[in-house]
Write a protein that binds this ligand. Structure first.
Ligand code: DAH
Length: 338
């Protein structure tokens, strides 16, 4: 029996040693340690071993099993690393990896979302209207007379039908008041179109954000407080904001809003960021005529409105010197906002 154990062990170890792949190794394991395996069969002979030899033979069997198990494991590891090395051969691990390009939000989207977020926290709801407008919603209802320069064919894209590409988002004011009774507090971000020569500060398609608040007793103080708060939130609470008297046909009084810009290495300067004012009673009258009711009678309601260029806000926020960067989709520019 002892000789048999020794012979089985020697044979098993030789078989394991000779194996060349993982599958044959598994066959060898079954052939030695499996139910019908050589060592398993040998172990069954224990019952015929005389009592006084049982301990010694048992030890031998255990030692053989351990040696074989160890050899199986060792061989498995060796085969595995051989396979790994083969898989890696020919791959140059020092080559730079292909970089993954993750997209990011466009600066205009970032500034729009931020502006909308601030105003929504103050209770403004989103509204919108068509970009292809008619003269009534873009001009007439906004107290802009037929001979106003903004209506000139040189400044506005007209269709043969008489419709036009809206020159400002203020048309959404009219559409909202026609559709809903006061009180209303809306903002409308969106595109506007003008026949401007494209240069570092002008595009023929640009982005605005319009606001309108109408209720009983809306005051100029409300207008100032709201917009001052807005620009402090957007550009920092230390930012100086000033309201400079101006003229718009649809508001009276009207103002332009400037913020003081402290660009690095430059003297601080005031820069215009928005137009605003108290809704002109003539606008309410036009809405009354269109709605055919007196919900917006200037005797009953007052309101303020404002409009700002989102492109301009993005340029100020990030010190962008040329507005064309916002439409060129140059990833060297855009990836700075990732
Ligand atoms: N619509 C004006 C523009 O495009 C901006 C504006 C000024 C909007 C004053 C307003 C406002 O609502 O009250 O230049």
């Amino acid at each position: 029996m002892k000789d048999q154990i020794e012979a089985t062990q020697t044979e098993a170890l030789a078989r394991i040693e000779a194996v060349a792949d993982i599958r044959s190794l598994e066959d060898a394991r079954v052939g030695i340690l499996g139910k019908q395996g050589s060592l398993t069969k040998l172990s069954a002979g224990m019952r015929d071993v005389p009592k006084e030899e049982k301990a010694e033979v048992g030890q031998l069997l255990n030692a053989a099993r351990q040696a074989i198990t160890g050899a199986l494991e060792g061989k498995k590891e060796a085969l595995q690393s051989e396979a790994d090395a083969k898989a890696l051969a020919g791959i140059d691990l020092t080559l730079p990896a292909r970089s993954l390009h993750t997209g990011s939000l466009h600066p205009l989207t970032l500034i729009r979302d931020e502006a909308v977020g601030i105003l929504r926290r103050m209770g403004f709801a989103l509204a919108d209207g068509p970009e292809i407008e008619d003269e009534f919603h873009c001009f007439d209802a906004l107290n802009t007379p037929a001979d106003h320069p903004a209506r000139n064919e040189k400044d506005t894209f007209y269709f043969d039908s008489g419709k036009l590409l809206r020159t400002h988002t203020s048309s959404v004011q009219v559409r909202t008041m026609e559709a809903e009774a006061p009180p209303i507090r809306i903002i409308a971000p969106g595109s506007a179109y003008r026949r401007d020569e494209i240069d570092a500060t002008h595009l023929s398609v640009f982005n605005q954000l319009e606001g309108l608040y109408v209720d009983t007793d809306v005051s100029l103080g409300d207008l100032k407080g709201t917009l001052e708060y807005f620009f402090h939130e957007l550009f920092g609470s230390a930012t100086e904001v000033r309201f400079r008297p101006h003229f718009f046909p649809f508001t009276e009084p009207s103002f332009e809003i400037d913020v003081k810009l402290h660009a690095k290495g430059q003297a601080p300067k005031w820069i215009e960021v928005a137009g605003c004012g108290m809704v002109d009673p003539a606008v309410f009258d036009a809405i009354g005529a269109s709605r055919n009711d007196d919900a917006y009678s200037p005797e009953k309601v007052t309101g303020f409105a404002f409009g700002m260029g989102l492109d301009r806000l993005a340029m100020i926020r990030w010190g962008i010197k040329d507005i064309r960067l916002l439409i060129e989709n140059d990833t060297r520019f855009l990836k700075q906002f990732a």
